[in-house]
Write a protein that binds this ligand. Structure first.
Ligand SMILES: C[S@@+](CC[C@H](N)C(=O)[O-])C[C@H]1O[C@@H](n2cnc3c(N)ncnc32)[C@H](O)[C@@H]1O
Length: 358
């Protein structure tokens, strides 16, 4: 599928947002209120569906709840009710004979779907992440990162102590990154030659997308041991493993990787301003003069409320020590770490904020 130009992406987003607001405005406030508060049911239904693989029997055609239950060894009347609930949110269709089928959106619940978002649901509804969400009222009072206060560890310490969750998170990030990567790859004038280093790059989804676009570039992937353990297989699956060196490194204490372009995709949004400055100083120490850093994030202007960036900002509040920032805020952090501001490119979804190493 061809990547639509940023202006088209922005126009579609703005039109669909306007239509949704107009539709919401037509409803009585109580009805709209109940609809919004039903979001808790949506996420609980998706969690149950992914954990029991409820969508799998529907992958090849429509089935009744009883047939799904029999195949999966579940409780038939409850399966019917849960699938009917998922139908309310447009993930499955229910016909008048009681048969369910997957919608295009519902197919993303399938683990084996090439565009699967099952990993995202697993991560977003894990016990630890939910604990962070539940602590938000206290965070409003004390401002402490909700996840850290609820679990006693940072997200990254928690991941390191739970390798299954760490692997699941790395998978999730690569699912999400693959959604944005085509827009980012299309929007930026990548060099023809040299090295791109993806810092905190997970299994290397963003890096692989860039390298596939530029067959003459080499890559370095920097992350912690957990994500790197899965990176080899992933990079091989995308046909770029022979051009990527993996480096176990730390965002704060350092890593060795000389590159022409450094990527920080969805890394700074995990950290507060002080830690972001440290991360940028670490990258500056690794980089030679003339190198570029591309901060790839959803850009949040202080007084603009929009999906998904403002909701991602709340996720950062619940799960990390960070937040979404504007391009100007990122440039100010860059300046404190010795970078000049370069281009800012709006891909229609992600922003590309270029920082230049003097
Ligand atoms: C939100 S994920 C982003 C992954 C990837 N850039 C992407 O967008 O798909 C943040 C990444 O930072 C890595 N990370 C967290 N703390 C780190 C540290 N102290 N040193 C190196 N990497 C770290 C995590 O392992 C994870 O891969």
């Amino acid at each position: 599928m061809r990547t639509p130009p940023p202006a088209v992406v922005r126009a579609v987003q703005s039109l669909s947002g306007a239509l949704e607001r107009a539709a919401a405005g037509l409803k009585p406030p109580q009805a709209r209120f109940l609809e919004v508060s039903g979001g808790v049911a949506a996420i609980a239904l998706m969690r149950a569906a992914v954990r029991t693989r409820l969508a799998e029997p529907l992958a090849i055609g429509s089935r009744t709840g009883a047939q799904v239950a029999e195949q999966l060894g579940l409780h038939a009347p409850t399966v019917h009710r849960v699938l009917r609930g998922l139908a309310v949110y447009g993930l499955v269709r229910l016909d008048s004979r009681g048969r369910f089928s997957l919608t295009r959106t519902g197919r993303l619940l399938l683990e084996g779907d090439p565009h699967s978002m099952a990993g995202w649901v697993r991560y977003a509804t894990s016990d630890a992440v939910l604990a962070g969400w539940l602590r938000l009222p206290e965070t409003l009072v004390d401002g402490l990162p909700a996840f850290n206060a609820a679990t006693g560890t940072s997200m990254w310490e928690h991941m390191a102590a739970h390798p299954d969750e760490e692997a699941g998170f790395a998978r999730t990030m690569h699912e999400l990154t693959l959604l944005a990567a085509p827009l980012i790859v299309a929007a930026y004038p990548w060099p023809e030659h040299g090295t791109v280093c993806d810092v905190g790059g997970g299994v290397g989804a963003m890096l692989a997308s860039v390298l596939r676009e530029r067959p003459t570039l080499d890559g370095v992937l920097v992350d912690q041991a957990g994500p790197l353990a899965a990176a080899g297989e992933y990079l091989a699956s995308r046909g770029v493993a022979d051009r990527v060196r993996t480096v176990e490194g730390d965002l704060f204490t350092g890593f060795e990787a000389r590159a022409d372009v450094y990527l920080l995709k969805d890394v700074l949004h995990d950290w507060d301003d002080d830690k972001c400055s440290q991360v940028l100083r670490t990258v500056r120490a690794a980089a030679a003069s003339g190198a570029r850093v591309l901060v790839l994030e959803w850009l949040q202007e202080p007084n603009v409320a929009q999906f998904p960036v403002s909701i991602s900002d709340i996720m950062m509040l619940a799960q990390t020590e960070g937040r979404q920032r504007s391009a100007a805020e990122i440039q100010a952090l860059g300046a404190a770490a010795g970078f000049r501001a370069g281009r800012v490119i709006d891909t229609g979804a992600y922003g590309v904020v270029e920082l230049l190493a003097a």
